[in-house]
Write a protein that binds this ligand. Structure first.
Ligand SMILES: [Zn+2]
Length: 138
């Protein structure tokens, strides 16, 4: 009988070992510039984000979601948008947990996280507009 091994997603399990002295060459137009200070992972090759667009931890987005929840609660009292129900909140959190963007911050940009967060919220609450979500992301 054949032995069966469960497939493991190694990509998402990379612990990222970057050699801080190994810098990546930066291309500017056709010219190779001096080495840019961007350490990268020696295992998977992902470039570490050390720029100003730093990613946030999952907790930050859970906080934002709670603020949106309170906002929608006020809205519903005023007869506006319905409040965020527990099931919607749970689904949004669950989806964030399955997204590498919120779990692996090594090479992630904050802007990409915000875009994904907005996309997930609107998947369950298409009535909540971009500017309403952005307000709480600032
Ligand atoms: Zn890695």
């Amino acid at each position: 009988m054949e032995e069966y091994k469960e497939e493991v997603d190694h990509e998402s399990l990379c612990e990222h070992a970057s050699n801080e002295s190994d810098w990546l060459a930066l291309l500017y137009g056709r010219n190779k510039m001096t080495l840019a200070p961007h350490p990268f992972c020696e295992i998977c090759g992902l470039v570490r984000n050390i720029g100003p667009d730093r990613p946030r931890k999952m907790g930050f987005f859970i906080d934002v979601l709670s603020k949106i929840e309170r906002y929608l609660e006020e809205e519903s009292k005023k007869g506006g948008k319905p409040k965020l129900i527990e099931a919607q909140k749970r689904l949004i959190v669950k989806e964030m947990q399955s997204e590498e963007l919120f779990q692996d911050l090594y090479g992630t940009l904050a802007s990409a996280q915000k875009e994904k967060f907005t996309e997930i919220v609107q998947k369950y609450r298409p009535d909540v507009e971009n500017h309403e979500i952005e307000y709480y992301l600032e």
